[in-house]
Design a protein around this ligand. Structure first.
Ligand code: PEP
Length: 263
């Protein structure tokens, strides 16, 4: 399978938004849009990542949607199982609550909450062992890009998780390339730059695992309806991880449409 034959994923990362009533309305609007203007499941997978408190209510609300929209945890504990770990939510607890996906390594977790490569590895290992699919985020800072270290940084982040992943588990990983300087800034990597990095990531993954050829590599960083078609046209961009624009049902739906129609 070449990069362009992979069914794309469009995933909305709601971050620490919105309030419960807002989440309900957002899901309602999205369901209505999907009913009025269907997006074939075979052309684009869709998912949303609400706050942990809303995971189950959003999932329940999506149950009677005209098509599948998965729910994704934004993070999980580095501790597996159950026990005396105040405030934590383990991979097993997520799975037990019917949640099958988790983001790991988002740059906000790395930068603001100090998730080190060691912590990220524990999270990846726990998630995979509990049967979750991991959306693993990588990306370089502006300083790393300006000093010519973007590729090296991102490939290192890919290699970092290799010890946590068993041979048969790579197919349960989706990679999201999110240049840190493009997240929430309105700046997007040019489609050519993004495609070049995605091709490098695929090459790096393929050196680690034969599954690398079939793994979805999403782009994230100020994806909007206005730039989604151009990004979707790149052969190794297999979808988008969308922050700000996913809080607007119309924008999120348009981005998914762009990927469904362009791929
Ligand atoms: C993100 O947080 O994953 C993200 C890509 O945010 P935004 O789309 O707002 O840049």
């Amino acid at each position: 399978m070449s990069g362009s034959a992979i069914t794309p994923w469009v995933v909305g990362n709601w971050k620490m938004n919105p309030m419960q009533a807002g989440a309900k309305q957002l899901v309602q609007e999205l369901k209505q849009l999907l009913l009025d203007q269907p997006i074939e499941e075979s052309k684009c997978h869709m998912a949303v990542a609400p706050v942990a408190l809303a995971l189950q209510s959003v999932q329940a609300q999506l149950q009677d949607s005209s098509r599948s929209v998965c729910t994704v945890a934004q993070d999980l504990s580095r501790i597996a199982g159950t026990g005396a770990y105040t405030g934590e939510i383990s991979a097993e607890l997520l799975k037990d609550s019917g949640i099958d996906f988790a983001l790991v390594g988002h740059s906000e977790r790395r930068e603001i909450f100090g998730d080190s490569p060691a912590v990220i590895n524990e999270k990846v290992k726990n998630a995979l062992n509990a049967g979750l699919t991991v959306i693993y985020c990588v990306g370089e800072s502006l300083q790393q890009r300006e000093s010519g270290q973007a590729e090296q940084t991102v490939l290192q982040q890919i290699c970092d998780i290799a010890p946590a992943v068993q041979a048969g588990q790579w197919q349960s990983i989706i990679v999201a390339y999110e240049p840190v300087w493009a997240i929430g800034t309105g700046k997007t990597a040019s489609p050519a730059d993004a495609q070049a990095m995605h091709a490098k990531i695929r090459e790096g993954l393929s050196q680690i695992t034969p599954a690398g050829q079939n793994m979805a590599i999403l782009y994230g960083g100020s994806v909007k309806p206005e730039n989604a078609v151009e990004l979707a046209a790149c052969p190794d961009i297999n979808g988008a991880l969308v922050g700000g624009a996913s809080l607007n049902a119309v924008s999120f739906h348009k981005i998914a449409q762009a990927f469904a129609n362009t791929k």
